[in-house]
Design a protein around this ligand. Structure first.
Ligand code: ADP
Ligand code: MN
Ligand code: MN
Ligand code: MN
Length: 346
């Protein structure tokens, strides 16, 4: 038997964005445990804005397990928060999301590395040289001396955990980076994103570096904000598609604009200004290969009879991937497919 270090991780009750929390439980297993072998656990919800002091026990229900490369015999355990009676806690958004294993999501998580209250590599006062060379840049003057060590270490820890990273790159602003995760099903893709965020936050502790998830940390300046573009496809979009269906889908996205913006991350009006490769928050637009549109239609999609995946560029870096994926699937569900239209006419 081996004693495993199980890090139970959950989202707290802070608004508008929850924080990641975690605590370790040691338990003996013959081999790396399966999800079914993990017990429910509890925590003091009065310290996480999830309960009043007089009745403060909340329940942790494991929903996904990942090997933890930072610890000997470690596991990262994503949990949902339940009330003592077993119902989902009010803060538990995951329990009620729309899911579909045929829906694939690719999230592009942008973020800033921060040290001493400013982006890593910024001088004590003022700004570094303007944006231009940093995006996908190389060399000390562009990326400094520790950022790459951090992002490489993060990548390896995520791969060790079985998180489906698809790529990483230095971003447009100095100190800004991106990683991409691709997953099948909203819960799975979003679980992986939250665990990747957890790994990044924990990893950078030893560097004295914080992760700034805010979508516009440098305010109204000539420095880019951070997004979390959501690339998505359903089986129908990949296999059938067609221009008529696509246009109906875009009409539904336009109609539901406010519902999408509501879950696409806080302070997004500061970022979706129409500048810096963004669309205005108040208008819905789509465009082929247009990075200034709400939804970018890849060339491959338009050239393949409107089949494939689409990129919603509005979700921001601090958004909750559970809610983002769920809202995209809600809107998709409103649009009848050709097969459904034929069935209805019969
Ligand atoms: P860009 O920076 O040009 O917007 P990226 O390469 O950073 O593009 O991200 C593209 C994303 O699209 C990747 O995360 C990838 O996983 C995702 N993607 C590719 N094909 C699909 C698909 N069929 N369904 C959903 N997402 C997809
Ligand atoms: Mn990208
Ligand atoms: Mn990017
Ligand atoms: Mn993108």
């Amino acid at each position: 038997m081996t004693k495993y270090k199980l890090e139970y991780i959950w989202l707290d009750g802070y608004k508008p964005v929850p924080n990641l929390r975690g605590k370790t439980q040691l338990k003996e297993y013959a081999e790396f445990p399966t999800l079914e072998q993990l017990p429910l656990w509890g925590f003091d919800g009065s310290s996480t804005q999830q309960a009043e002091g007089h009745n403060s026990d909340c329940v942790l229900k494991p929903v996904a397990i990942f090997p933890d490369g930072a610890r000997k015999n470690g596991a990262l355990v994503m949990c949902e928060v339940l009330n003592p009676d077993g119902t989902p806690h009010a803060s538990n958004g995951r329990a009620t999301i729309v899911d579909d294993p045929g829906a694939w999501f690719g999230f592009e998580q942008e973020y800033f590395l921060y040290k001493d209250g400013r982006p890593l590599g910024f001088p004590t006062n003022g700004y570094p040289a303007p944006q231009g060379p940093y995006y996908t840049g190389v060399g000390f003057k562009n990326v400094g001396d520790v950022a790459r060590e951090i992002v490489e270490e993060h990548l390896d820890l995520c791969l060790y955990a079985g998180i489906n990273h698809e790529g990483i790159n230095a971003e447009v602003a100095k100190g800004q980076w991106e990683f991409q995760i691709f997953g099948k099903g909203s819960a799975r893709a979003a679980d992986e994103m939250w665990i990747a965020r957890y790994i990044l936050l924990r990893l950078t502790e030893k560097y004295g570096v914080d992760i700034e998830w805010h979508c516009k940390p440098l305010g109204d300046t000539d420095w880019n904000g951070s997004g979390m573009h959501a690339n998505f496809s359903t089986a129908y979009l990949r296999e059938v598609g067609g221009k008529e269906y696509f246009l109906a889908l875009m009409a539904a996205f336009e109609k539901n604009r406010a519902d999408h913006i509501a879950v696409y991350g806080p302070d997004n009006h500061l970022r979706l200004t129409g500048k810096h490769e963004t669309a205005s928050i108040d208008e819905f637009s789509w465009g082929i290969a247009n990075r200034g549109a709400s939804i970018r239609v890849p060339h491959s999609f338009a050239n393949n009879n409107y089949k494939g995946y689409l990129e919603d560029r509005r979700p921001n870096s601090a958004g909750d991937p559970y809610q983002i994926a769920s809202q995209i699937l809600k809107t998709i569900a409103e649009v009848p497919t050709a097969a459904a239209a034929v069935a209805a006419a019969e």
